[in-house]
Design a protein around this ligand. Sequence first.
Ligand code: ATP
Ligand code: MG
Length: 376
Amino acid sequence: MATVTLQSLRKEFDNSRIVAVNDLSLEVEDGEFLTVVGPSGCGKSTTLRMIAGLEKPTSGQIHIGGEDVTDVHARNRDVAMVFQNYALYPHKTVEQNMAFGLRMSTDLSKAEREEKVYETAEMMDIEELLDDRPSELSGGQKQRVALGRAIVREPDVFLFDEPLSNLDAKLRTTMRTEIQRLQDELGTTAIYVTHDQEEAMTMGDRIAILDGGVLQQTGPPKSVYGNPANEFVGTFVGSPAMNMLDVSVANEGDGVVLTNGDRFTYALDGDRGRRVADADLSDARLGIRPENVTVSEHLSGEGVEAVVDVVEPIGSDNYLYLDLGKNFIARVDADLEPTRGDTVEVEFDQSDLHLFAPDGESVLFTDETDQQAVTA
Ligand SMILES: Nc1ncnc2c1ncn2[C@@H]1O[C@H](COP(=O)(O)OP(=O)(O)OP(=O)(O)O)[C@@H](O)[C@H]1O
Ligand SMILES: [Mg+2]
């Protein structure tokens, strides 16, 4: 078990033409499950490969368990990595695949190795497959073997690079739970890379969001969701995505009035209003999550009128596409079923609003106790 600390980590490729990872500092606690998420090409794999020792940082330091391993060979780092494509040896049996790492990294006897492999195979429910070769296995079984091979080594740190991407949706959900359970039982520090924000949110004790090689925010999933540090995080995390509207901002009294074209004005007062007034903006981006849009079929004149473009039932709820903006979605109870073309009334609660400055930084970012915002 170990902490993992990254200090100002940087990785350039192609004679510095590509900066894959830019000034990344991050601390992973002993036994923590950290998910790292971001769009394709944002530097997730490169970060993981540097921690594993498969890629040498251009600058910065990596500590594992308090020890500076920046210049330590991959073989001598006590980490086990699991890849999307399983990376099993095709000509070795499952048992040989699992035992191989043990033979390389420990001085256990053959009998001891066999016992460990069998124990782990039982834990992963693959003991029936020990004599099979990878080509005889399904994708799910291969990934179990790859996980088993990582677990059997009892490493200080697990590194997962999109290990479930090749599996179908149902199997992915099962394996997610299983990986979490195993990590919890073993108490091994884990860093889990995915481009799937839902996977990152459901699996991580903490989530780190990367964009363009730069860390955007870290924090517990719920707090990142409720308090995104910038527009990128706000719209990347959550599905359907946070609705965004352009507004102009005018100071009024202690607070501000937000105006969205000729559609609506919205007064923001109290502490939140003061915060926005202090930011001294003339334009901003207003963010509101689909589940925070209250929709009523009764037109009282209190809220904003909107026309329903599309009604999309998802079983438990309905998604209403409203003409307030491009792909503006309200998530409402399944029993609220207007028809296309109906006019409805929409209201937002002050406490649910997000507001971002033109540079993308949140001006209502308050919760600094359990997350660190990193300015791009
Ligand atoms: N060996 C390499 N040589 C040159 N450029 C590279 C190399 N490896 C990665 N890159 C570049 O570095 C950037 C980050 O790549 P990386 O593989 O870390 O992204 P990623 O977040 O894992 O993406 P994905 O979700 O597609 O796996 C990309 O622009 C990529 O093209
Ligand atoms: Mg990758």
